[in-house]
Design a protein around this ligand. Structure first.
Ligand code: SF4
Length: 476
């Protein structure tokens, strides 16, 4: 069967004295890989087939040759990366070399083919995304909004508030009765399988990881419940094993059974339908899954490794959560990753698609902006989103979706959060810790996901809401 997307042939050269070459070319729907260096010849051949969700390889090696490991490694890796049938031909010969040099050459060949496999995997994931029906529906829905958003962002904030502020306030009054919910995130774990270059929890960051026991999680939840919170967002890094998902389910159940918390929302990453079903059965009702960026080039550039690189799967994640029975879903962008007008238009397109497919589901939006994180993160976004543009994006969402929740977290400064309350923000966090155990132990600077700007207490946040002529609420 011919894959839907064409394959562009390529070749990689090793960056060392051996100048090995790994070339990959399409042969119809299949791939032919050659790994060679020194005197050209054929030493070993391997064939790998993609079957039952995994790569299976076999090989033949010429008499007196030892390239079998390289051939089978390459075929296996490229087959796993491409999901296509792969033949790898390996031939490496250098005269008068030592055992240590043979080992170095082998290692160089392994590294080179792993690099080629990564390129092939990236191309497949990008092709899967742009060819997906959902991506097509989202982009189709969003095309018409980009110009409108660009023009909105080009208009001074004061003009926008004068023109649209009253309508935004009326929306809030009509759909939410002027109520603003205050919630607290409860970070259960900072373990993560992904490498998102902008995040303090990324896998490559070196710090002591921790995952709260169920008992400690309940203690943290009880601490927040004693302060008056009734809604919690449970947050973790993304660990998509059944064991971890069942742990989150156990924690959810224990919190709902043993504390005064009434509602639990989850923000734990992209999972399978069955995993979402288990979490829904545990009692969680809301699911936040932030796409971060809807631009495939940007997306693949900042999500360096881990399951999150599968953009098509993440895009479909909210549909899976809804199919599993979640009643409230949250969309999110990491503002600053891509061009804001295009990104916002696509997130809106995504929400339109969900609204069409699941009209009874409650939707909400959050637009975290990129902030510098500690722990050696060197990522610099192309452009920081200004306060004014951030506020305009929020106002645009309020006008476009009068009945959707809009969340502004403690990443943002208090002045800015206060300024946004009158235009229809419906959810704010308060007294936040972004570290597992951070409420009952003071560990913020060690393991927080991002810096906190607004450190007001719950009472201070309530007072800010009242001062804006709105009603603070702590329940779902
Ligand atoms: S953004 Fe989420 S998935 Fe990415 S590294 Fe951070 S915790 Fe993990």
């Amino acid at each position: 069967m011919t894959p839907a997307t064409p394959f562009r042939d390529f070749a990689l050269h090793s960056d060392d004295a051996w100048n090995l070459v790994c070339s990959v070319e399409a042969v119809g729907p299949d791939l032919l890989c050659r790994v060679h260096g020194g005197d050209t010849h054929i030493g070993a051949v391997a064939l790998a087939e993609w079957a039952g969700g995994r790569a299976c390889a076999e090989y033949l090696v010429a008499d007196g040759h030892r390239e079998d490991r390289i051939a089978i490694h390459s075929a296996h890796q490229l087959c796993g990366a491409s999901h296509r049938r792969v033949v790898c031909v390996a031939g490496l010969h250098f005269d008068g070399i030592t055992m240590a040099e043979i080992d170095a050459i082998s290692q160089s060949a392994f590294d080179l083919t792993s690099q080629a496999a990564r390129q092939v995997a990236d191309r497949r994931l990008q092709a899967d995304t742009t060819a997906s029906e959902l991506f097509e529906r989202i982009t189709k829905r969003s095309d018409g909004s980009v110009r409108e958003i660009e023009s909105f962002l080009a208009t001074p904030w004061t003009t926008l508030v004068d023109t649209h502020g009253p309508a935004a306030a009326r929306s809030s009054a009509k759909h939410f009765g002027g109520r603003v919910g205050i919630f607290a995130p409860l970070y259960l774990s900072n373990a993560c399988q992904n490498n998102c270059v902008y995040c303090g929890f990324r896998r490559s960051a070196r710090f002591q990881r921790s995952t709260l026991s169920t008992q400690d999680s309940v203690r943290e939840a009880a601490f927040l419940a004693a302060k008056g919170f009734r809604v919690l967002d449970l947050v973790t890094g993304e660990v998509s094993t059944d064991r971890f998902v069942d742990y989150v389910g156990d924690v959810t159940r224990a919190i709902l059974e043993n504390t005064d918390i009434d509602a639990v929302n989850l923000n734990i990453g992209s999972l399978s339908l069955k995993q979402y079903e288990r979490l829904r059965a545990a009692g969680a009702t809301g699911y936040h899954l932030y796409q971060e960026s809807y631009d495939p080039d940007v997306y693949f550039g900042v999500h360096e490794s881990g399951g999150k690189r599968d953009m098509a799967s993440r895009l479909a994640g909210l549909h899976r959560a809804i199919d599993a029975g979640f009643e409230k879903v949250g969309f999110g962008l990491l503002l600053g990753l891509g061009p804001p007008a295009v990104e916002l238009a696509r997130m809106i397109g995504h929400a339109d698609v969900i609204r069409t497919d699941a009209p009874n589901v409650t939707i909400g939006f959050s637009l975290p902006r990129i902030r510098p994180v500690d722990k050696g993160c060197s990522y610099e976004p192309e452009a920081m989103i200004s306060d004014a543009d951030f506020m305009k994006c929020m106002l645009f969402l309020r006008l476009r979706f009068p009945d959707a929740h809009l969340t502004v977290t403690t990443r943002e400064r208090r002045e800015l959060r206060d300024a946004l309350l009158p235009i229809g923000i419906t959810k704010v966090s308060a007294e936040v810790s972004t570290s597992p155990g951070g409420y009952t132990h003071s560990v913020e600077t060690e393991t927080g996901q991002f810096p906190i700007s607004d450190r007001r207490t719950l009472d201070e946040m309530k007072w800010a809401i009242v001062s804006a002529d709105l009603i603070p609420v702590l329940w779902a």
